[in-house]
Design a binder for this molecule. Structure first.
Ligand code: CP
Length: 309
């Protein structure tokens, strides 16, 4: 539900499992029904959960809010209870209410994963971001991470700032006027200082769907975004991240999205093994699957064995 629920041991075990899943096929030899209840648009989170569920051999129930009884006024709670009642074993929920998970989850008897809660939390995005940073640097301790953009409306900023701080990184924020969030207890620094000094430069898009500030973005890139000239001043080893979707040419120059420093599409790729790892962990913790119901196979590419079971 929240990165605050994750201990250091939880984080380490999810990252290790994700690493293993890149080298090992993992299939649950047992019927598991999963449903993804998305009440906000999504491409990456929803589809990477579907890929992760199918790779694990789960049956994925089709839910489309626009064609569901939510249109007849059914509440989120009653929708979740309905999926529980018909035998669903695991739910992934995204909802615009920043606190939906506080209100409902204690009455549920199946694991629920937060796929995004309003402006408050996006914990699986944080886990794939941690995976990406760890792949690059092999540590979090003493890394300087700048989170830049629409901090005020970003659940990614909130989850990432909290979890990176817990792991020993130094988190800096940078936001245009009106888009800072003073409830987050991290230092704000100017964009040029952030770009020139940090190991990770994480851009955020303006969340136009949540507010009407900065509706004209003609000057945004030059004033507050990652331009090509700013990128040239980054430290040699520093990387660019963005949870996406990206507003090309607004928070980042379009040409930088696939440049050598960018890990933006790698973040998306990492979303699949991370979400597989999270679902396996939860189903095991809830006593729904056991080690002996998970079949593991090594990947073979061109006759070469990759990794160990
Ligand atoms: N990063 C992210 O949550 O993307 P989607 O909104 O496409 O799921």
């Amino acid at each position: 539900m929240s990165v605050e629920q994750l201990s250091m041991v939880d984080i380490q075990s999810i990252l290790e499992k994700s690493h293993d899943l890149r080298q090992t096929t993992c299939h649950i030899n047992q019927r598991v029904f999963a449903a993804n209840l998305f009440f906000e648009p999504s491409t990456r989170t929803k589809m990477s959960f579907v890929v992760a569920q199918k790779k694990l051999g789960m049956d994925v129930l089709d839910f489309n809010e626009g064609h569901s009884s939510a249109q007849k006024g059914e509440s989120l709670y009653d929708t979740m209870k309905t999926f529980e009642a018909i035998g669903t074993n695991l739910l992934v929920v995204r909802h615009p209410d920043s606190a939906w998970f506080n209100a409902f989850t204690h009455n549920m008897s199946i694991p629920i994963i937060n796929g995004g809660a309003g402006k408050s939390e996006h914990p699986t995005q944080s886990m794939l971001d941690l995976d990406t940073i760890y792949q690059e640097f092999g540590r979090f301790d003493n890394l300087d991470v700048a989170i830049i953009g629409d901090i005020k409306h970003s659940r990614v900023a909130r989850s990432n700032a909290k979890v990176l701080d817990k792991l020993g990184a130094h988190v800096y924020l940078c936001a245009p006027p009106g888009l800072a969030d003073d409830t987050l207890d991290f230092p704000y620094i100017p964009i040029d200082e952030a770009v020139e000094n940090c190991d990770v430069v994480m851009l955020l898009r303006i969340q136009h769907e949540r507010h009407h500030e900065l509706s004209h973005t003609n000057q945004y890139l030059e004033q507050y975004g990652l331009t090509k000239s700013r990128e040239q001043k980054m430290k040699p080893h520093a990387i660019i991240m963005h949870p996406a979707p990206v507003n090309r040419g607004v928070e980042i120059d379009s040409d930088l999205i696939e440049c050598r420093r960018s890990r933006i599409f790698q973040q998306m790729s990492n979303g699949v093994p991370i979400r597989m790892a999270i679902m396996i962990k939860l189903l095991q913790e809830w006593g729904m699957i056991y080690d002996n119901t998970i079949e593991k196979r090594q990947h073979f590419i061109g006759g070469q064995r990759l990794g160990a079971v």
